[in-house]
Write a protein that binds this ligand. Structure first.
Ligand SMILES: NC(=O)C1=CN([C@@H]2O[C@H](COP(=O)(O)OP(=O)(O)OC[C@H]3O[C@@H](n4cnc5c(N)ncnc54)[C@H](OP(=O)(O)O)[C@@H]3O)[C@@H](O)[C@H]2O)C=CC1
Ligand SMILES: O=C(O)C1=N[C@H](C(=O)O)C[C@H](O)C1
Length: 271
């Protein structure tokens, strides 16, 4: 029998945490070996399956990440920036594959992952779906083909619980558009529109965030010129696409040299 990599899910009670627990439990390529929640969380001490209202899984939710990581080959982490930094240090100590889906990280927080990536395989992406990662490639190509007569706007929509804006995906798409244009996103990003903003600046890449209801995640890249418009669109209707992407990343990372990777590496989209 082949060895199935053991995976720990952090933030196991969250929307993505529960989806990951389900997807890993159904997989014949990996096994769930740990579920971590914050100290004081109601689910600590309970079986993760039972806490989710499903069948008992044999995995108890614990609040000591290091204890959980000791059993594992990979952790999948969709939590919050401060927590992700803490988990990265521990995953590096344990030489694990650390798959990071957490968004809303500042540039300084992303930079702070660098020491961990010397010891661990870190796969980080603002969106783990195949569709969005393909969309970034298309966005880069379209942006490279068009001149600044085409205003680029990135419009994203998410559920009302989401705490960060623009979404991680919107920023990935913005980076791709800026790369296509041969400019730095930081120089052209327009993230604040309120009041008398003045006319739109030529060459800027604008971001618009919609929050409402249970929208899973929708992203449009609009290229608007006088007389014509192009829209590239991705719509996620099921969080399973992110969880399956993350599991694929955790498996892909096994045996890879330490370093910082993304889903384009995992999916081989640059090959
Ligand atoms: N890259 C991708 O493909 C995707 C990324 N995401 C991102 O994943 C993240 C989580 O999203 P979602 O599941 O909807 O959010 P939830 O709020 O539903 O879940 C977050 C989980 O992380 C836990 N958590 C938060 N802060 C800490 C902390 N400091 N220490 C320990 N645990 C912590 C929460 O616990 P508690 O409830 O106790 O706070 C909760 O269990 C977001 O950043 C989101 O943008 C989401 C979908 C796809
Ligand atoms: O918070 C979410 O839900 C999502 N977050 C990611 C993001 O910020 O882009 C990915 C996905 O769109 C869902």
């Amino acid at each position: 029998m082949t060895h199935k990599p053991g995976i720990v899910v952090t933030g196991a009670s969250g929307r993505m945490g529960q989806m990951l627990v389900r997807i890993i439990s159904e997989s014949d390529k990996a096994q769930l070996v740990g579920a971590v929640e914050r100290t004081g969380h109601d689910w600590v001490g309970q079986d993760i399956g039972t806490a989710m209202g499903a069948r008992a899984s044999g995995v108890t939710v614990i609040d000591d990440p290091l204890e959980a990581f000791a059993q594992a080959q990979a952790i999948i982490d969709f939590t919050a920036p401060e927590a992700t930094l803490e988990f990265a240090a521990l995953a590096a100590q344990a030489r694990l594959v650390h798959v990071i889906g957490t968004t809303g990280m500042s540039d300084a927080q992303i930079e702070a992952l660098t020491p961990a990536a010397r010891h661990a395989v870190i796969v980080r992406a603002g969106n783990m779906s195949l569709g969005v990662n393909l969309l970034t490639q298309l966005t880069r190509k379209v942006a490279a083909a068009l001149d600044e007569d085409f205003d680029i706007e990135i419009i994203e929509a998410h559920h009302h619980h989401k705490v960060d804006a623009p979404s991680g995906t919107a920023l990935m798409l913005g980076e791709a558009a800026a790369e296509g244009r041969g400019v730095a996103l930081a120089d052209v990003a327009d993230r604040r529109r309120d009041g008398i903003t003045g006319a739109r600046e030529r060459g800027n890449i604008g971001f618009v965030a919609i929050r409402g209801g249970d929208i899973v995640g929708e992203h449009d890249v609009l290229f608007a010129a006088p007389g014509e418009r192009i829209t590239l669109r991705h719509v996620a209707t099921d969080r399973g696409v992110f969880a399956r992407g993350a599991l694929r990343a955790a498996l892909w990372g096994q045996g890879k040299p330490p370093g910082a990777y993304d889903m384009v590496d995992v999916l081989g989209l640059n090959d």
